[in-house]
Every structure is written in C-alpha cells, then in structure tokens.
Ligand binder design. Structure first.
Ligand code: AGP
Length: 619
C-alpha cells in the first residue's frame, strides 16, 4: 500500500521529476487515492500533490510546472489516516520553514501521543495524517544534528508501527534518506544516479542493479552511491541482486489492461515456475530451500498462511499435499492465524504464500510461527521482499511482475510452486506417492500448452460477460479442488465488477444457499474431471440438476468430452482434460476472463478497482 520513489542523480539521467513521475506511474497499482512529488530547488523544497489518480497530479504539474532538479521524492497513496484529500496527500513538509519533505508508507501507531507533544510546542499541522507528525519530528531533529541521516535515525527510535519513510532537506542537496521497518524499500544502483522504491518497478526503466535492505535500516543515497546503517547506528550492507525482468515486463505489451496481459502470461508463469526444479531423471531438486532433508522428513503438520487469492491457492494445495504426503495440512487466513492460538511446534512446517512478499498480515503470521518454533517456507513472487527474508527458506514463483490489482498469473504460479513443494516432500518421505512425483511433474510440464489452448478459445466467455453486464449477483459452485476455484472466481468478480458474488462448496448448497436460487440466477459450476475418484463428477452433475430445476442459469465449466453435463447446462465452457488435482490451473482461467470482460463491459477500471491496492502493507 502506497508507492514510494526517491531519486538523486545528474541531469544526464533525465530530471528528477521525469524519473520520479515514471516511477510513480509504475507504482500506481500500490495505491491511487492521491499522488505527490517534492523536488529540491536551490535552497528550498517545491511540492505538488493532488487527490485522485496520478493523472490529476500530471494535470497539476502542467498547470504549475516544477523546475529542473536532480533530487526528488514521489508518492502514490492508499489512505489510512485522513481522507484522500489534497491536504492529506504526501509529501508532507516539516519545520517552520518547510525545508523538509517526507513521504511514508505504513502506519505510525503512536502518532497521536507524538502529535500532542508537537502541538504543545506550538507546531501547526496542515493535514490529518500520521506522516506529517514524522515530518515535523525529522525537521526538528535536523535542526539539532544538521545531517538528514542522523536526524532520521534519532526519530525512528521513537516510532511504533510499520513504516517506510523517505525524506529530503533543502539544506542538504543531492541526498535522499530512507528508513524501513516492516514495510518495503529497495535501492536501485545506477551510474551517477541512485534510486529508492517500494519495489523495483520504481526504477526498472533505469537500472536492474538492486540492493535489498534488512529490517530497521536507514539508507542514504547520493549520486555517488548508497550507504546503509542500522537504526542503532552500526554500519550495514545491503544485499545486492540483479532484477531478472526488464521494463517491458512491467508494461502492457499491446493489451488494453495489465490484467488481460497477465491472464495471457499464465502459460509462462507456470512454465517458468517449474523450470530448474528437476534433475535429468525427473527427480525434484529444491536445493534453494536451505532446510535440511532431515528437518523436512520430520515435519508432521503443515499450516499454510496467506490472504485473498493466495489463500485460495493454499486451499487448492491442501488437497494435493495431503493426498501426496499424508501430512495433515491446515490453511489459515494469515490475519486470523495469530489469534487462534495456533498449534505449532518445531515439527510444523508453516508455508506462507504471497505474490508481493509484503502483505503485512502474512508477514506477521510468519513471524509468529517462527516465535513458536516452526519451520517457515515462503512461496513468493517478489525477490528482495520482506516475507522471504523473514522465513527460513523461500521457493520463488516466476510469474514476473504482476501489476493489475486482481491477481491472476500469481495464483497459477502459487499453485504450481506449492504442488512442487508437496511433491518434493512426498519424494523425500518415500511412501506410495514418492514414485508418482516424477509423473505428476511431467504432467505439470504439459499444463502451459493446455492453458494456451484454453486462452485461444475464450471468445464465448467474453461474449457471455458482455451480455451479463447488468447482472446483480453471480454464484460459483465447486467441489474438492473446484471449491477454492469457485471462491477465487467469486473474489475476481467482487473486486473487479463490484457485484455480489459468492463461491460455495457444491455439497453445501442444500444446507442453506440453495434458497438463493431463483429463476434466472446465474451460477457457474466448476465440474470435476469424470476421472475423479469417489464419484465426485456425478455428484456435481446432480448439483447442476438441482439448481437448474429451481430456475438457475447454469454456466458449466467442464472437461472436453464430458457429455454428461450437456443436458443441464445453459452454457458449457470447455477446458482441456487433465488429472483432477491439476484441473484448477485450467478451470480458473474462464472465471478470470469472465470477470475481466464483465468489468470492462461495465466501464470500470480493471487494473485499479476502487478501494483496493496491490500490496496490503497494513494490518
Ligand atoms: C486478489 O485479486 C487480491 N488482489 C488479493 O486477494 C491478494 O491476493 C491478497 O491481498 C494477497 O496478496 P499477496 O499475494 O501479495 O500476499
């Protein structure tokens, strides 16, 4: 939540304003309630800020241009303290002379007490934000220390909560200082120019050399380099890495929206997530896990912690991992995990799933699990992010940058990576499914081509979505791995089209939800493969008949060649045949496409739905 950019360099790299605005455009998905920039101009700081999307700030900059500068910071906001107004937009100024400008991502939990102290000293506030309190504190500390890094260090010692802060000061040109605690901040290293960003997208147009920071660190960038210290003042070093994707990966590539592009990226997301995880004999090798085989063999319980779409990936993985390993798997919404007095010990493997690697709820669950002695593995899509850092090990998904707020390709990559983990555990533990690991991996390798086939036949789904633009409510049913897919389909529709949508386990219908069915009610049904065990397929076909008999309009997602659904379906959407546990990698695709085109038909902003932000860095 909130996008942060900092730049210091030479005019050869473009003016600070160009660099900062380009970074904000790439980070806007992190929050779009307001945007603002601050630049150093001689002996003073100039700011421009505007509520609403970045386009409003661009218009403001055209009306009131800023001078060329080599030092600047910029912010896109997801509002927490204070509404989304011009006054509450960042940057905030500090000190009587306003020589300091500061931006912030996170929440300062003790801001009220700190504000009372400042008010008692006669400080006047221009906004309702917790951020402005910090701006005044850093400005006051600067008066004492005459050095921005030292001033920042003095202030962060008194702050409670999670924060990334960036500041510039008119008396200290060519310097941007950043601080982080439980909130993202990465450094970009250029030539005679350096960058700060909430994520690497902020500077990917300029450099792929990045520096990962640890918790509770302060970084000072100048055109010459970046210096890191811990909050206690001891020198530190960031961890250097190369970003594996380029600016083109963070662009729409000819599609109208990022979401459409990302849906079409899904074959790559799955293929790349499988890459390099088997040896020439097809045996799984996960050296990257850095957890001994002995420790993994000892695991007697797995808890998956995640939120939203990532939690649905976790629910899908539960079916597969339990089937392959016979280890009990529990899926816990990360924000509930800490409060349910979880049964976790050193034989518990806690697997967190997060695209961004910054979701605060998930981060706090991981920390709690570690405190309780669990082994922690993070399945994550973002190199250098906080959750992998705070975990014992990481299994990266390789979906590439996901910009649309609604998660699509990350979901498929998360299922893929958690299946890889489950198969690896099965292989390690021996037992009846150890030998199957190789054949399942082979089948997984064939899934990207099936997704490609499926994507090429989505024309009818697009038509159905357009036709349903006025629909007020849609239900989704599924059983077994189709159940989390149904919930994911409903989530996509809620967040993108703002209509009532609910996903149910199909068997639950008769215990209450069937009362919702009235003539014309659209219901998507995710039908399991006819090859599923325990008569699952037949049970879902019966469920379709039950709702059809009560007037529902049935939109059935079924495998190629599954003729049993035909008599009871108003629409049949075909997916390529695959074994039952792999089916979610296909059956979710039409639901994503449906939500995309229904939202488009309603004229809504597909990539930036209202009230949301891409990474949720507050609890
Ligand atoms: C889904 O479309 C959402 N944007 C959301 O549910 C998301 O999956 C959730 O907030 C978790 O994010 P993460 O994967 O970055 O941790």
């Amino acid at each position: 939540m909130c996008g942060i950019v900092g730049y210091v360099g030479t005019t050869n790299d473009g003016t600070a304003l160009d660099v900062v605005m380009e970074g904000l455009a790439r980070l806007e998905y992190r929050g779009y309630d307001s945007a603002g920039v601050a630049l150093l101009d001689g002996d003073h700081v100039e700011t421009r800020k505007k509520s609403g999307k970045l386009a409003n700030l661009t218009a403001e900059l055209e009306a009131r241009p800023l001078p060329a500068s080599t030092t600047g910071i910029g912010h896109t906001r997801w509002a927490t303290h204070g509404g989304p107004t011009d006054q509450n937009a960042h940057p905030h100024r500090g000190g009587k002379d306003g020589k300091l400008a500061l931006i912030h991502n996170g929440i300062i939990e003790n801001f009220h007490a700190l504000k009372q102290g400042l008010l008692a000293d006669g400080v006047e506030f221009a906004s309702e934000t917790d951020t402005e309190v910090v701006a005044h504190l850093v400005a006051a500390a600067y008066e004492q220390h005459r050095d921005l890094t030292t001033a920042m260090r003095a202030v962060v010692a008194d702050l409670e909560g999670a924060f990334t802060l960036l500041a510039i000061h008119a008396d200290q040109p060519d310097v941007v200082v950043g601080a982080r605690r439980n909130s993202p901040l990465v450094v970009g290293l250029g030539e005679n120019a350096n960058y700060l960003g909430s994520d690497v997208a902020a500077f990917i147009g300029h450099t792929r050399h990045a520096l990962e920071l640890a918790q509770d660190q302060i970084v000072t960038i100048t055109p010459e380099g970046a210096t890191v210290v811990n909050f206690d003042g001891t020198p530190a070093e960031g961890k250097a890495y190369e970003v594996t994707w380029d600016a083109a990966a963070a662009e729409k590539g000819g599609y109208a929206t990022f979401m459409e592009k990302e849906i079409n990226d899904q074959p790559h997301a799955v293929r790349d997530t499988l890459l390099g995880r088997t040896d020439p004999e097809g045996r799984l090798i996960l050296d990257e896990l850095r957890i001994s085989e002995e420790q993994l063999r000892n695991v007697d319980r797995i808890t998956i912690v995640a939120c939203g779409t990532a939690a649905y990936a976790g629910m899908t993985a539960k079916y597969a991992i339990e089937h392959w390993t016979r280890i009990p798997v529990e899926v816990s919404l990360a924000h509930e995990f800490r409060y349910c007095d979880p049964i976790v010990n050193e034989r518990t493997l806690v697997v967190s799933i997060s695209q961004s690697g910054e979701t605060m709820d998930t981060l706090m669950a991981v920390k709690h699990a570690r405190e309780l002695g669990a082994l922690t593995i993070s399945i994550c899509n973002t190199h250098g992010s906080t959750i992998p850092r705070e975990s014992d090990a990481v299994l990266y998904t390789h979906a590439g940058p996901e910009i649309a707020v609604a998660s699509t390709k990350a979901f498929l990559a998360q299922i893929t990576a958690s299946y890889v983990l489950g198969l690896y555990l099965a292989q390690l533990r021996g037992g009846s499914f150890a030998d199957d690991a190789q054949s399942v991996m082979k089948e997984l390798a064939g899934v990207p081509a099936k997704i490609e086939t499926l994507l090429a036949q989505m024309g009818r789904v697009k038509e159905i979505a357009k036709f349903m633009a006025d629909t007020r409510s849609v239900l989704f049913l599924g059983r077994h791995v189709g159940y989390p897919v149904a919930m994911e389909g409903a989530l996509k529709l809620k967040e993108l089209a703002y209509i009532h949508a609910e996903g149910f386990a199909a068997g639950e219908l008769k215990h209450g939800p069937i009362a919702l069915i009235e003539p014309g009610q659209p219901v998507f049904v995710v039908v399991p493969s006819p090859t599923s065990e325990h008569g699952l397929h037949g049970k879902v076909v019966s469920n379709i008949q039950e709702i059809r008999a009560r007037g529902a309009r049935t939109l059935v997602i079924a495998e190629e060649g599954d003729e049993a659904v035909e008599p009871f379906a108003d629409e049949v959407i075909r997916v390529p045949a695959t074994s039952p546990l792999l089916a979610p990698l296909l059956t979710v695709v039409p639901l994503q496409v449906f939500a995309l085109w229904l939202s488009t038909a309603k004229g809504l902003d597909v990539d930036q739905p209202r009230n949301l932000a891409k990474s949720v860095t507050v609890e």
